[in-house]
Design a protein around this ligand. Structure first.
Ligand code: SF4
Length: 312
């Protein structure tokens, strides 16, 4: 599977198999904040998070949901000929909003005949019973995906990131959603390139995922964005971003140990706004980075799932 045209299993393949066509994501922002930004229980803003909380466009936070959907849909139709969409509730922590409000927003998104499903990104410690019930109900009606910002399964790294949740909480959230919402398509986000990261940790992360009820992962390298706590650490020389070749190596190691049926959203981080990236400079151009990364794997004969079953 993974060693055909591409050395990994891209999520686009899963979407095409599921919907019989290419689908496009419409990223929307409905949550205005998150527990970290609110300083709940002594939490702090995650060290890598910019002031927009991962929103694709800051102005989206001020627009009604219908306008956000219609505007992006129009652009995708015009520029890419798109005719099927997933609405991606992305910025801040979507499930920090009241679930009754969230349910209304899901209903609104699904009221567009060409919206074929919903994707919700959230923190693993931010799911309530009513959120689980809503997910389950939506998944019974159509395609519903949940993506947890797990970021790492190492508690020291999570502490350094100031995430305010533990690896154990991530595992619990994954098991909970999987057990109570069996039809939900479940994925996690991971960040590589943090201080103290070792090859063994990367391999163990892949092996752990192989044993979990997960269908997809999204990979990022730790990049430095303007106006973040990490930008201050970087300026003081306390954080050195991972070099391109080293990141490709770690990512390849991860993919080689990852089950080949697990779909992969993206292979590296991308700053939403072109002027926001501080470092590393190598990730400025999305397509160029992507092509180099694919080339890195191909020239080494590496592919996803290659070393599954071969413990390091
Ligand atoms: S990364 Fe998410 S949880 Fe962390 S501060 Fe930003 S919006 Fe909040």
């Amino acid at each position: 599977m993974a060693n055909e045209a591409l050395p990994y299993n891209p999520i686009s393949r899963f979407y095409r198999d599921t919907f019989n066509t290419k689908v496009y994501k419409i990223s929307v922002s409905v949550a205005e904040t998150c527990p970290n930004r609110e300083g709940l229980k002594g939490m702090q803003t995650c060290n890598f998070c910019d002031q927009w909380g991962s929103a694709a466009y800051k102005q989206n936070l001020e627009k009604p949901l219908s306008q956000q959907i219609e505007e992006v849909r129009e652009v995708l139709r015009r520029k890419r000929g798109a005719d099927k969409f997933l609405v991606y509730f992305q910025a801040y922590t979507t499930t920090f909003a009241r679930v009754s409000k969230l349910r209304e927003q899901f209903e609104l998104a699904l009221s567009y005949p060409d919206v074929v499903g919903i994707v919700v990104g959230t923190r693993p410690d931010c799911i309530s019973q009513s959120f689980i019930e809503t997910c389950n109900e939506m998944a019974e009606r159509g395609f519903m995906a949940v993506e947890f910002g797990v970021q790492s399964f190492d508690n020291d790294i999570l502490k350094w990131m100031r995430r305010g949740h533990t690896a154990e909480q991530s595992l619990r959230a994954i098991q909970q959603i999987s057990a109570k919402c069996p039809k939900v398509n479940l994925g996690i986000h991971l960040i590589f390139g943090c201080p103290g990261e070792t090859d063994q940790m990367i391999i163990e992360t892949a092996l752990r995922i192989n044993d979990l009820p997960l269908q997809n992962v999204k990979l990022h390298h730790m990049h430095v964005l303007k106006d973040t706590p990490l930008a201050e650490e970087y300026a003081r020389g306390e954080f050195v971003p991972v070099e391109q070749e080293e990141y490709f190596r770690r990512c390849t190691l991860f993919l080689q140990h990852l089950r080949e049926d697990i779909a992969v959203h993206r292979l590296s981080a991308l700053s939403s706004r072109w002027d926001e990236l501080v470092a590393p400079a190598w990730s400025t151009y999305k397509m160029e980075t992507y092509q180099k990364q694919i080339e890195f794997m191909k020239t080494r004969g590496a592919f996803q799932g290659q070393l599954v079953g071969a413990r390091a």
